[in-house]
Design a protein. Structure first.
Length: 402
């Protein structure tokens, strides 16, 4: 039993799609999506089982291959992203690793922005070369470096925009044009912008990856990821890899994320309003060295952010005086804002990238990315903005006391 009226779905706006897209009710007519907590499925006959495995009939086989609840999430994410197809994965890093490993082989070449999340950087710098893949890092904001790196055949490009943690904005359209000339697919980690504020596929990217743990669940409950792109690539390249390597999302986690999608725009918009206020406060606070927020005119790529994104997002990066000692004193003085390496959560969180998310990157490489000892990444939540500012004032008081 499908949703009763599908005739107007093509005209639905994003907030409506987050609630209704891909909804297929069972014969029971439930309001909320059902959770199919089952490992496997039964067949009406041995013939049906055989035909299912040959692809002659469509029938669920095993939840590692597909599950109705996971499929509902995949349909809704694809609709929201404007993608032809989606595969949900067990984690965000599962999404990134599957997108790359399913596509490349020994002898291929991958070009990536150097400004990547620590685990993404490890995959490009350490894992891919083990399998005979040549990897090249470039300054993601330097188009001359992209042009040089993509002047020879390349299999894949990986980038983040905004980047983690320094919120660099990369020109997705220009990079995609260069990559396609080199024969590469472009994989964009869109976690910081979220599906609400940026559409990489519309800018020329081929694949979008998410840690659904972040804004999509966004309430600190479950892990999950997603890979979105063209149906042919998903079916022929990605799915054989994920199904046979076991990178499957739990149906319960998928159900939680479906509930998270229902409030995605409401939460992200409110968090972004808070982030803009917090960034303005930080910019004039004593003890601040730098503030980076894509929604502020002093961001180095502000004009590009205005073209690519519809708002500045929920993350702020800033550097306090006093190096690591100053950053730790600042963070330890906070009473409301929690210290955690997660982000995109309804609760405000800070982390020190140099000793957490990017600690495995060499110090000189971190410094080249602008990640200094005093750098703090702030994931702004749903609290009252003035309460957040009051809490930050405690951090500055501790900083002044050093």
């Amino acid at each position: 039993m499908s949703n009763s009226d599908t005739s107007s779905q093509s005209t639905w706006r994003p907030a409506t799609r987050q609630l209704h897209a891909g909804l297929e009710r069972t014969a029971y007519g439930e309001t909320s999506e059902p959770v199919f907590l089952t490992s496997g499925f039964v067949y009406d006959s041995a013939e049906q089982a055989a035909q299912t495995f040959t692809g002659e009939v469509t029938h669920y086989q095993y939840s590692r291959f597909g599950n109705p609840t996971v499929a509902a999430l995949e349909r809704r994410l694809a609709d929201l992203e404007g993608a032809e197809a989606c595969v949900a994965t067990s984690t965000g890093m599962g999404a990134v690793s599957s997108a790359l490993l399913s596509h490349v082989k020994a002898g291929d070449r991958v070009v990536a922005s150097s400004a990547l999340f620590g685990s993404c950087h490890w995959i490009v710098a350490n894992l891919l070369p083990r399998y005979g893949v040549t990897t090249v890092f470039v300054d993601g904001t330097n188009m001359d470096e992209w042009a040089e790196a993509l002047s020879e055949p390349t299999a894949a490009v990986l980038l983040e925009s905004p980047s983690n943690p320094m919120l660099e904005i990369l020109d997705i359209a220009a990079i995609s044009a260069l990559a396609h000339k080199a024969g590469a697919i472009v994989v964009v980690d869109n976690v910081f912008a979220s599906p609400v504020y940026q559409k990489p596929l519309e800018l020329g990217a081929d694949v979008v990856v998410y840690s659904c743990t972040k804004h999509i669940d966004g309430q600190g409950r479950v892990l999950g990821g997603a890979v979105l792109g063209r149906a042919q690539w998903i079916t022929e390249t990605l799915q054989p890899f994920t199904r046979n390597t076991g990178n499957a999302l739990s149906p319960f986690n998928a159900w939680v994320m479906l509930k998270g999608l229902e409030t995605l725009s409401l939460r992200v918009d409110a968090m972004t309003r808070n982030a803009a206020q917090v960034a303005d406060y930080l910019a004039s606070a004593p003890g601040i060295v730098t503030v980076r927020y894509p929604g502020r005119a002093d961001h180095p790529q502000y004009a590009l952010a205005q073209r690519q994104m519809s708002a500045g997002g929920t993350l702020v990066a800033f550097e306090v005086a006093g190096g690591r000692e100053g950053a730790f004193a600042f963070m330890n003085a906070l009473k409301l804002i929690a210290i955690s390496n997660n982000l995109g959560d309804s609760r405000s969180l800070v982390t020190h990238p140099g000793t957490t998310t990017h600690s495995k990157i060499a110090p000189e490489a971190r410094a080249a990315l602008g990640i200094n000892e005093g750098t703090i990444r702030f994931s702004v939540g749903l609290e009252d903005a003035q309460d957040l500012i009051d809490d930050l004032a405690r951090g500055f008081a501790a900083l002044a006391a050093l």
